[in-house]
Design a protein around this ligand. Structure first.
Ligand code: 5GP
Length: 194
């Protein structure tokens, strides 16, 4: 998505530790017009009319998912919650996710009542790096018996293993920008740049 790549070039900041900061338009302050275009693009990439729910993970995925849902017949958005104390009363699906940016491992939960075998789920997230977050969400959807229509990712760091890992499991992943190389001096090199 050209608009997004231009914006990453203009406002993205490459930090130590292989982290791209996009907090001026995505992860802290949010550019709604840009995210609206992302929603429109996700719809173009996933025209499947049977998608009836979007799943994401707190916190940064929520805004993107909510705007995207408006292009999917205003379907409900469910966000997986990060928690310290796992609820073991059987009411939730849970999985463990290692955070790329914080290095910590979280228990992540979704209430069972909000996912069912009749659902066809589109997963939305901001970044795909090592794939832990996405694999965790896939794990939760599989536990519920729901179908996975695919995953829509805003920024995929294509030189990390996540994309390959998830695609090798047969899950369709569509990323709006794929970064193949990134360093503070030369900036970002995108997959389809010449
Ligand atoms: P993964 O689980 O695929 O390793 O990482 C995905 C999660 O880590 C995303 O939900 C995102 O919050 C965070 N993340 C990974 N890489 C980056 C990055 O370069 N910049 C930012 N801002 N977040 C990242």
């Amino acid at each position: 998505m050209q608009l997004l790549k231009d914006r990453i070039r203009k406002d993205g900041v490459i930090k130590e530790g292989n982290v791209l900061k996009v907090d001026s338009f995505l992860n802290h302050q949010m550019d709604i017009a840009l995210i609206n275009e992302m929603g429109r693009e996700f719809r173009r990439l996933f025209p499947d009319n049977s998608i009836n729910k979007i799943l994401t993970i707190e916190a940064s995925g929520i805004g993107i998912a909510c705007i995207t849902a408006q292009y999917f017949n205003n379907c409900p958005v469910v966000f997986a919650k990060k928690t310290q104390s796992i609820n073991i009363d059987g009411e939730v699906y849970s999985t463990q996710i290692k955070s790329f940016t914080h290095g910590r491992t979280y228990d992540v939960i979704v209430k069972k009542a909000f996912l069912s075998p009749e659902d066809n789920i589109l997963i939305i997230d901001d970044f795909l790096a090592n794939g832990c977050a996405l694999l965790g969400l896939i794990d939760i959807v599989k536990s519920s018996g729901a179908k996975i229509a695919g995953a829509g990712i805003v920024i995929e760091k294509g030189y990390q293993q996540g994309g390959e890992l998830v695609r090798s499991k047969g899950v369709r992943v569509e990323s709006l920008a794929i970064i193949d190389e990134m360093d503070p001096v030369n900036g970002c090199k995108f997959r389809d740049d010449n």
